[in-house]
Design a protein around this ligand. Sequence first.
Ligand SMILES: [Zn+2]
Length: 242
Amino acid sequence: MGNVRVTVIGESGGAPLAGGATSCYMVEAEDHAVLLDIGSGAMSLVQKVRPFDSIDDVIISHFHGDHVADAGVAVYSRLIAMQLGRPVNPLIFHAVEKRELEMPPYSHAAIIDEGTEERIGPFSVSYMRTIHPVPCLAVRLSCDGKSIVYTADGAFSDRIAAFASSSDILIAECSFYPGIGNRDAGHMDAYDVAKLAVAASPGKLVVSHLPIYGNREEILCCIKERWKGEVLLARPFLEIEV
Ligand SMILES: [Zn+2]
């Protein structure tokens, strides 16, 4: 049984910190890499982990800039690689709409939504619509009996807790400090993430989509007071393996 590795590329919500990136996570198994979102700054940082030519699939949770900003330059990266004659596959985006993602022969867009079950390399992938101002999909990837769940953006709900249930790694968005959250914004605060962890009981919790102001450690403390499992604050290049 091979391992599944998650590498955080970008962990900021809304806008990147200096030298950082917004939402982007790399999930690897059996030498196949899938990106979950490709936010601002992601294209620059991801190449420090793996050559972009070797990444064929990018799942776009939703069309907000902090999740999709670098999709256009990812296509240009393929265009340049093909013009130079490098042996690359077209980039496959998986998203609820094609928009500008479909640019053959450099890229194609596979339409996904809640209820879609697809195979990406060694992964079985399923999706769930979250509570967010625009259509947004949480993602569950399974491989060799191991599962990775990414909440994408969304308010807490019993449905997301059930979707994330017993995942080996749960990447949860936490857009707000404790009590400062606004459920109407379609996001979780630290209390919500603690509630999610208690309900879903993941093997490891990675808290991400973090505020770009204040002291992020406060989020970690708040969650640790309410849930006794293993919890990590996302940061660029954090690697978690199961
Ligand atoms: Zn969003």
